[in-house]
Ligand binder design. Structure first.
Ligand SMILES: Nc1nc2c(ncn2[C@@H]2O[C@H](COP(=O)(O)OP(=O)(O)OP(=O)(O)O)[C@@H](O)[C@H]2O)c(=O)[nH]1
Ligand SMILES: [Mg+2]
Length: 340
C-alpha cells in the first residue's frame, strides 16, 4: 500500500484519535450519518439547486472477480488488499473519492459465498450493509465466470438503486467473447448500464467513473475532503500483514488465519507495532513459524516494508502467533478480531 501524503495524513490523524484508533468502527456510524444527511438534503432541497454530487457506490461480485482491484483503480491508490486466492476481503472497505464536483463513497465488499462458518456470515453481513445503502451498485463480473450463475445471483438482489454491470478482466479474453457478454448482461432488467474494463490495467475505468458521477444524486459531501477512508490505521496495518500471509503461505493457511494489531505506539524515531497472528491449530502455528522461525521472519520483513511505505515512518514490527481453536465460529472471538 502506497497512499499519497494526503491519505497518509488522513490515516495518521485517525491513529491519534483514540475513538477510532483502537478498533474498526461499526458501520452503523456511517448509516446514521447517511440518514441525517438524507434529512438535511430533503430540507435544503427547498432552498434552491445544489450542484455538488455525493453518494454511496458499492462493488459486488463473486470471490476473485477483481472488486478490490477495482476499488484501488478508482481510488488511484491501494486501499484494499488483493491476492490471486479467493476470499481475500473480509470486511466492507470504504474508499472516499472527493473532487470539486462530487464525493463518491466507494465500498469494496467480500465475495459472495454460501456461508460455512460464522466468519462467512459476518462477511455476508458486510455485503448486506453495502447493498442497503448503495446509491449505485456495481455488479462486477470476471468475464471468465459462469454467466448464467451470475445472472441468477444478480437477479436475486433486492435492490432499489440502479445497477451497472461491469465486465472485468477483458484483457484475458477475445473481443468476440466480450461482445457476447455485453449482449448477455446488457439485456437483463437489472442492468442500467454495462461496461467492459480491465481493473488491473486501468482500462476503461475512467469511463466507468464518469458514468458513476453522472448517476450520483445531488448533495453535499458526507466526509471531509481529505479523508480517504473511515477505517483506522490499525485496520490497514492488519490487512497488510494478512495480504503477506496470502502471498507467502500455501493452501489453507490464510483461511485459518486472522490478524489483530494490539499495539501501535509512535516513538520519537519509529512506530512500534505488535500484532497477533491467530490460527486454529498447533500444526498451523508450526507452519506459520517455519523451521527455526524462518517463515515468520520472512513474513515480518515483507509486512514491515509495506507498513513503512504506508506510514512513511520506520517501523518495529513484533509478531506473535496464537492458537485459538475454532475462532471462525466463535462470536466472542470474531468480535474481538474486528468482525462485527
Ligand atoms: N488479468 C486480470 N486480472 C485481474 C483483473 N482484475 C483483477 N485481477 C486479478 O484477480 C485476482 C483477484 O483480484 P481481487 O481484486 O483480490 O479480487 P476480489 O474480487 O477482491 O476477491 P475477494 O476479495 O476474494 O472477493 C488478483 O490476482 C488480481 O490481480 C483484470 O482486469 N485482469
Ligand atoms: Mg477483495
Amino acid at each position: 500500500m502506497h497512499p499519497t501524503s494526503r491519505s497518509r495524513a488522513a490515516v495518521a490523524r485517525r491513529a491519534h484519535n483514540p475513538k477510532v484508533g483502537g478498533s474498526i468502527p461499526p458501520f452503523a456510524t456511517t448509516k446514521a450519518r447517511k440518514s441525517l444527511f438524507l434529512f438535511y438534503r430533503f430540507v435544503v432541497s427547498f432552498k434552491g439547486p445544489n450542484n455538488m454530487k455525493a453518494g454511496f457506490v458499492s462493488i459486488f461480485g463473486r470471490p476473485n472477480a477483481g472488486k478490490s482491484t477495482l476499488l484501488n483503480a478508482l481510488m488511484g491508490e491501494k486501499l484494499a488488499i488483493v491476492s490471486p486466492k479467493v476470499q481475500t476481503t473480509r470486511h466492507r472497505i470504504k474508499g472516499i473519492l472527493t473532487d470539486d464536483q462530487y464525493q463518491i463513497i466507494l465500498s469494496d465488499t467480500p465475495g459472495i459465498i454460501e456461508p460455512k462458518y460464522k466468519l462467512h456470515e459476518k462477511m455476508m453481513m458486510a455485503v448486506k450493509s453495502a447493498l442497503e445503502d448503495a446509491d449505485i451498485a456495481l455488479f462486477l463480473v470476471d468475464i471468465n465466470e459462469d454467466w448464467i450463475e451470475l445472472d441468477d445471483l444478480f437477479s436475486s438482489f433486492k435492490l432499489s438503486a440502479p445497477a451497472f454491470v461491469v465486465l472485468n478482466k477483458i484483457d484475458t479474453v477475445s473481443k468476440v467473447k466480450v461482445e457476447e457478454a455485453l449482449a448477455f448482461f446488457g439485456s437483463k432488467s437489472y442492468c442500467k448500464h454495462i461496461f467492459k474494463i480491465s481493473a488491473l490495467n486501468n482500462q476503461n475505468t475512467k469511463i466507468l467513473l464518469d458514468a458513476i458521477v453522472e448517476e450520483l444524486p445531488e448533495g453535499e459531501p458526507f466526509f471531509e475532503g481529505d479523508e480517504i477512508s473511515d477505517l483506522p490505521t490499525k485496520f490497514f496495518v492488519a490487512e497488510m500483514i494478512r495480504e503477506k500471509i496470502y502471498n507467502i503461505y500455501k493452501e489453507e493457511i490464510p483461511y485459518h488465519t486472522t490478524v489483530l494489531v494490539n499495539e501501535f505506539k509512535e516513538k520519537s524515531t519509529l512506530v512500534k507495532i505488535t500484532a497477533d497472528i491467530v490460527v486454529q491449530r498447533e500444526t498451523q502455528k508450526g507452519i506459520l513459524l517455519g523451521e527455526g522461525g524462518k517463515m515468520i521472519r520472512l513474513l515480518g520483513t515483507e509486512a514491515r516494508k509495506e507498513i513503512e511505505a504506508f506510514l512513511g515512518q520506520k517501523v518495529f514490527l513484533e509478531l506473535h502467533v496464537k492458537v485459538r481453536p475454532k475462532w471462525r465460529d466463535n462470536d466472542f472471538m470474531l468480535r474481538e478480531y474486528g468482525y462485527r
